[in-house]
Design a protein around this ligand. Structure first.
Ligand SMILES: [Zn+2]
Ligand SMILES: [Zn+2]
Length: 187
């Protein structure tokens, strides 16, 4: 994990912070994966514990590969279906305080609506604190549902939040710094 990257367990993919799919990343997020087999006559349930899997040397594997290792060896096939439990170490606003290369993006999820607004993390925390809705501990995933303002384009209130992360190693950042985000908004 690079020193100047998103928190452990998260990666920047095309400039947006998302959960990394490696077993080690699941361990960093303290996120268990549970499965149940839907094949007839099979009642198998499994729980993948990322930390234990890391201890067994599987940390660098993709979680999808590991799920495959748990398939039932039944002649009529396996109906094992997995779901992720909530991460016990979710992304929180204060993970990104003091980082000029980061913005919070609130996107409208209205039908074909493309409206979004970009905020500095510090501004968002100050707003939440003022309205007594939250603070730096607020989870990024829960932010969208807290926003009740109607979208200026489609007039609905259906927001989701994500985190924009521009690598400070890029030529673009070195040349124009925080103005990177102005360009993004214009585009
Ligand atoms: Zn089974
Ligand atoms: Zn909209």
């Amino acid at each position: 994990m690079s020193a100047d990257g998103p928190p452990p367990g998260w990666v920047s993919h095309s400039g947006v912070v998302e959960a990394s799919e490696t077993v080690a990343a699941y361990a960093a997020r303290a996120q268990a994966v549970k499965g149940a087999c839907r094949a007839s006559g099979c009642s198998r349930r499994v729980e993948l514990e990322p930390k234990a899997l890391c201890g067994a040397g599987l940390g660098l594997l993709n979680m999808r590969q590991v799920k495959g290792l748990w398939r039932c060896q039944r002649i009529d096939g396996c109906g094992l279906e997995f779901h992720n439990e909530p991460a016990l170490n979710p992304l929180r606003l204060d993970h990104f305080v003091g980082r000029p290369n980061v913005r919070l993006r609130l996107r409208c999820r209205g039908d074909r609506c493309k409206f979004f607004r970009v905020w500095r993390v510090e501004e968002m925390i100050a707003g939440l604190t003022k309205r007594r809705q939250g603070d730096g501990r607020t989870e990024v995933e829960k932010l969208g549902a807290m926003m009740t303002t109607a979208c200026p384009l489609c007039k609905r209130s259906n927001w989701m939040a994500d985190v924009l992360w521009v690598s400070t190693d890029t030529m673009g950042w070195k040349a124009i710094g925080e103005r990177t985000f102005d360009q993004r908004e214009a585009g």
